[in-house]
Design a protein. Structure first.
Length: 142
C-alpha cells in the first residue's frame, strides 16, 4: 500500500469500480492545501485569535480637504458603526488624503455583499463606495 501525498493524488487514483476525478489547479494551490497556517500571521487579542491575510475592504470615503476631510471620515464611521456595530472600520490618514474603509473580508463576494448593504443604508455614499484589495485584513479564528 502506498502513501497518498495529498487529497489531489487520492482523488486521481482510480479505485476498482469507481470513476476518476481530474483536478486542475496551480502548483501554488496544490502546495497550500493541507498546509498549516504560519504562526507569524496569528495574533491574540483579548482571548481571540486573529489571522492576517490578503483580502478586501470597502472604501466608503476619501478626500484631501484639510479643513473637513477628517471630520467627515469620522462622522461617516460613526453612522456606519450605529447600523453595523460588528463591522470593522478604519479611518486612515495617508497625506494628503483621509480615507474611511470598512470591513475585513476574505473574498470579493463577501465585500460586495456588504457594499450593497452600505449603499442601501446610505444612498448618499453611493458615488464613493468601492471594493479594494488589501494586503492584510484581520479575520477571527474560531
Amino acid at each position: 500500500m502506498f502513501a497518498q501525498t495529498s487529497i489531489f493524488d487520492a482523488m486521481a487514483s482510480p479505485e476498482q469500480g469507481k470513476g476518476v476525478v481530474t483536478v486542475r489547479q496551480s502548483n501554488e494551490i496544490r502546495r497550500l492545501v493541507g498546509s498549516k497556517t504560519p504562526d507569524e500571521n496569528i495574533v491574540t487579542d483579548n482571548d481571540r485569535k486573529i489571522i492576517t491575510l490578503p483580502g478586501y475592504r470597502i472604501q466608503v470615503f476619501t478626500d484631501n480637504n484639510q479643513r473637513s476631510a477628517k471630520t467627515e471620515a469620522l462622522n461617516k464611521e460613526r453612522q456606519i458603526k450605529e447600523l453595523f456595530p460588528d463591522v470593522s472600520t478604519y479611518v486612515i490618514y495617508n497625506a494628503p488624503f483621509w480615507r474611511l474603509r470598512v470591513g475585513d473580508f476574505v473574498t470579493y463576494e463577501e465585500a460586495y455583499s456588504m457594499l450593497c448593504k452600505l449603499v442601501d443604508a446610505f444612498p448618499a455614499f453611493k458615488k464613493e463606495i468601492k471594493v479594494l484589495a488589501e494586503e492584510e485584513v484581520k479575520v477571527q479564528l474560531n
